[in-house]
Write a protein that binds this ligand. Structure first.
Ligand code: FMN
Length: 248
């Protein structure tokens, strides 16, 4: 059986998780960790394979996701790891995820870096994953399934990993469009949005864009002069199309 563990506030990693799970062709279960832990380790039995997927935040695995992945007990089972990034760089994130799986006790047999529309700057890599990305994801899974093992030192990235950092830009509510349905507060992975007042605690907010992805009224947005300036600079620097990178 294949067990796919993923963290995906803005849903692009989720799209890869679904596509890869389908390509694997085994009985499978998808375990969405976006909202916290899920006590399923006991379902893992010898001969199963695990697939871990996470987005890249500032060149690393989001700490909240890393913490959840660290709680899974590998017991020598095979693991495939994949990260999804927004066309800037993935730096040490893929190596970090492979290391986490290995430290959990899994034997890592494949690692891949994939592209998606940047959730903070959605004009960057807009529309990705596209058909070519999903074909690459299917090819990755086929090859990882056949792989006997992966030397983690061949994965791009450095140890020690780059220092973790946060993004100063935070989504805000457009009051005129907000219908106070509270979905943003219920769905926020860090509980940063107050359930009653719907105000955001910027210290808890990790800028993950979950609130933007789940708001049916498009009432959560990045706005202001600081965002507009950052967006222009980011887009100018990171618009060249990047392609998936695979390691077996
Ligand atoms: C806080 C934060 C930091 C990010 N840092 C990077 C980065 O270092 N490099 C990059 O290319 N994309 C970066 N991104 C973009 C995400 O990796 C990309 O949008 C990814 O598809 C999000 O996955 P999701 O849709 O499953 O949430 C960042 C996004 C967020 C929210």
């Amino acid at each position: 059986m294949l067990h796919t563990f993923f963290f995906s506030p803005a849903n692009t990693t989720r799209r890869y998780a679904l596509a890869m799970t389908e390509s694997f062709g085994w009985d499978s279960q998808l375990i969405d960790l976006t909202h916290g832990p899920c006590p399923v380790e006991h379902d893992l039995v010898e001969g199963d394979t695990v697939l871990f997927l996470a987005p890249v935040y500032a060149g690393r695995i989001p700490p909240i996701a890393a913490e959840l992945f660290r709680q899974i007990d590998g017991r020598g089972m095979k693991a495939i790891v994949a990260i999804v990034y927004g066309n800037r760089d993935y730096e040490d994130a893929l190596l970090e995820l492979a290391d986490i799986a290995s430290e959990d006790g899994f034997e890592v047999v494949g690692a891949g870096a994939f592209l998606a529309q940047h959730c903070i700057f959605p004009k960057v890599a807009q529309g990705r994953p596209d058909e070519a990305d999903l074909a690459a994801a299917a090819d990755f899974i086929r090859r990882a399934k056949e792989s006997a093992g992966l030397d983690l030192s061949t994965i791009k990235g450095n140890r020690p990993y780059k220092e973790a950092s946060t993004v100063p830009l935070k989504p805000q509510t457009v009051e005129a469009d907000c219908i106070s349905c509270g979905v943003c507060a219920r769905e926020c992975p860090t509980g940063a949005i107050n359930q009653e007042t719907l105000t955001t605690d910027n210290d808890l907010c990790i800028s993950c864009c979950r609130c933007i992805a789940v708001c049916n009224s498009q009432a959560r947005k990045f706005k202001g002069i600081m965002y507009a300036t950052a967006e222009k600079i980011f887009r100018a620097k990171n618009s060249r199309r990047r392609e998936p990178e695979l390691f077996f």
